[in-house]
Design a protein around this ligand. Structure first.
Ligand code: ADP
Ligand code: CIR
Length: 356
């Protein structure tokens, strides 16, 4: 049972959320009935509804507003997670099951912008959680260190193009850190959505980045998820990025046991990342389309894409550079995600060329 102090915080936060002009999915789906049913529950890790929706209550400008404080919250608080998941992942219903991993015909993936006219760079990332550990809000300081140690161990065995070095955040100079962020390699620091979700405790303990010499293969440790695996390069050659990505993921999966769920595929801290956990994006200049952001967003919607700013989520476009990626990650295979992104970006470029 949750204690009175938490209940009071929940009641007050919920009232404020309802009064706010928040467009978040948590506000949309957290009806009074659901709220009353869930507010008294607690997982075996001790997580309450407050631990899941605090971020959305403190940040009314959240798009989603909920995180899975621990893996059990997806089932214990299913009454709020399920409709949000169905909305974000465009139709993944309560009765749906995520398909098994299928990387598909990797060699068939090509260049989204063969002439190199629009796309500046291409990136694919996925998220993984290590079996046996909860998510950020429940991790103890020594668990952050354990996860980091397991990761550095596994990463040190990579060879060939994937071979690289791990750089812990602890001890990294501010200059080096900022340069890595500015160059789009490293996660930002002080994300208020993550902070109010209790996801930044003991920072920078256990956090860090691994990358190969060319910074085309990168792994984030203990940011939003235990692990983020990233393949990134200049230009629009999605095929090359995908090949490197898949070989990196496969190598790490030989060495580490990642958390998988019967219904949701790979489990992540944020429900937007469940399933394949893949976000495939381009940094792209589409000045004609960007003159009317409503239209660009509408076009993106039509192809199941999402538009972000140059420095990622919750940031603005700098120098007319947008980050456009697949939106849904759950309910379709890895290959289907990549194909959906490829087809959508090709259409966006066509429309930009046509001048509307
Ligand atoms: P994530 O993609 O991991 O969910 P963000 O949206 O915060 O998180 O993006 C993380 C970083 O990746 C940011 O610095 C962003 O600019 C960078 N990024 C995303 N897509 C691309 C891309 N196609 N080319 C270069 N950098 C990218
Ligand atoms: C929001 O609701 O806007 C934030 N909590 C972020 C949601 C999705 N992004 C993410 O997982 N990084």
């Amino acid at each position: 049972k949750v204690n009175p102090e938490i209940l009071q915080k929940l009641e007050r936060g919920y009232k404020d959320l309802l009064k706010s002009d928040s467009k978040s999915l948590v506000k949309k789906y957290l009806t009074l009935d659901v709220f009353d049913k869930l507010k008294i529950k607690k997982t075996s890790f001790g997580s309450s509804l407050l631990d899941c929706i605090q971020s959305g209550m403190e940040n009314p400008d959240s798009g989603i507003g909920i995180y899975a404080a621990d893996p059990e919250t997806y089932t214990l608080f299913a009454d709020i997670f399920d409709p949000i998941i169905q909305d974000y992942h465009e139709g993944f219903k309560k009765s749906d099951i995520h398909p098994p991993t299928d990387w598909g015909a990797i060699q068939n993936v090509g260049n989204v912008d063969a002439k190199g006219e629009y796309v500046i760079s291409t990136r694919i990332r996925c998220c993984r959680s290590l079996e046996g550990y909860p998510f950020n809000p429940c991790l103890k300081e020594n668990e952050y260190k354990e996860i980091e140690a397991k990761m550095t161990d596994a990463l040190s065995t990579l060879t060939g193009e994937l071979k690289g070095t791990y750089y812990p955040l602890e001890g990294m100079t501010k200059e080096v850190q900022q340069k890595l962020i500015d160059d789009h390699f490293l996660f930002k620091e002080g994300d208020r959505f993550l902070q109010s979700a209790n996801a930044c405790r003991f920072w920078p303990t256990g956090r860090g980045i691994f990358h190969n010499e060319n910074k085309t293969f990168l792994v984030w440790v203990n940011e939003e998820d235990h692990v983020r695996i990233i393949s990134l390069q200049q230009g629009g050659n999605l095929g090359e990025v995908y090949q490197r990505f898949v070989s990196g993921v496969k190598e790490l999966e030989k060495k580490l046991k990642f958390m998988k769920n019967e219904r949701f595929g790979y489990l992540t801290f944020c429900p937007t990342n469940l399933g394949t956990t893949i976000r495939a994006s381009v940094h792209i200049k589409v000045p004609k389309l960007a003159k009317d952001m409503n239209k660009l967003n509408e076009l993106a919607d039509r192809y199941h894409l999402q538009v972000r700013g140059t420095r990622g989520e919750h940031t603005v476009a700098e120098d007319g550079i947008y980050d456009i990626s697949n939106k849904r990650r759950l309910g379709l295979t890895e290959y289907e995600v990549i194909k959906e992104m490829f087809d959508g970006i090709v259409e966006i470029i066509k429309r930009e060329k046509a001048g509307s």
